[in-house]
Design a protein around this ligand. Sequence first.
Ligand SMILES: [Zn+2]
Ligand SMILES: [Zn+2]
Length: 172
Amino acid sequence: MPRWSHRQGSRLIFTDSRECSILRRVPTTSDLERMLRGAALRVTRPRLAVLCAVHEHPHADTDSIIRAVREDLGEVSHQAVYDVLRALTAASLVRRIQPAGSVARYEARVGDNHHHVVCRSCGAIADVDCAVGEAPCLTASENHGFAIEEAEVTYWAECAECVTSQHNPTAV
Ligand SMILES: [Zn+2]
Ligand SMILES: [Zn+2]
């Protein structure tokens, strides 16, 4: 179910993946411009390129985003991409996640309190819908008077490919 289909005017297309067909949203440039303006951010080419890269590469790390942006814009400094990522994250257009042991990663699926399953062996990451649908989705046994806002849930796992290669070590 395309949770993000409420976003204005974006196209939804189906793409094939190895395991299942996933619904992947590819916003047009005018969609991206609308998102920036909607967040009161001036539209600039680096911002468009970074936002586009995050949409196209869910859970990408900063280096991968820099590579994608350079394919798009040519030479652009690390610092410029870091600055844009920080601005987009602060504006809630992008969500930053950092599973333990991983570098920071970015995604464009924001505001739905989804969680992640992370492969302990290869670091692959996939989205897992929140079973409850909103934060905090785990009831704390004791809140100590704190106003609990969110539970950070990471499912640690072995991905299907790593399970297969461990069971068939010669089949790699
Ligand atoms: Zn794996
Ligand atoms: Zn995600």
